[in-house]
Design a protein around this ligand. Structure first.
Ligand code: CU
Length: 145
């Protein structure tokens, strides 16, 4: 009896340990509607630690994630996920990351990730040329970083 309990605990622990690398530290849904907003990420700002992974869930189709040019810390490459698909990114370089949904960037579908509480590229983030509705909502979001 005790042995089988011990085995059960071992199995549970093993499952937890082997699953953890695939568990995202933040999950953001890509949505057509959220309350009275349309074309949005469920969380517009997330703050994570260096090495954390953010997972974007394609809850409704028609969206993606694209890092904005000039909107990432120096040395970070381009990132543009496929349309209609879940995606994830492991953040190994600290700083602010600004991204948008390629087809909805003019409809206000933007988001920010702050990694390692590092805001050293804030001035560059403020210089991003947002378009349409994003231009209206970006300053308020940036002030909350
Ligand atoms: Cu979109």
């Amino acid at each position: 009896m005790l042995k089988s309990l011990k085995n059960s605990i071992l199995i549970v622990l093993t499952v937890i340990i082997f699953q953890s690398p695939s568990i995202a530290d933040e999950t953001i849904e890509m949505l057509n509607k959220l309350n009275n907003e349309s074309m949005v990420y469920s969380k517009k700002i997330v703050k994570v630690n260096v090495g954390d992974t953010v997972f974007w869930k394609s809850t409704t189709k028609g969206h993606n994630v694209e890092f904005i040019k000039g909107g990432t810390p120096e040395g970070v490459g381009k990132f543009k996920s496929k349309m209609n698909q879940d995606t994830e990114f492991k953040f190994t370089v600290p700083g602010i990351y600004a991204y948008w949904c390629t087809p909805h960037k003019a409809m206000g579908m933007i988001g920010f990730v702050v990694v390692g509480d590092d805001k050293s590229n804030l001035e560059a983030i403020k210089k991003i040329r947002f378009v349409g509705k994003s231009k209206k909502i970006a300053p308020d979001l940036i002030s909350q970083l």
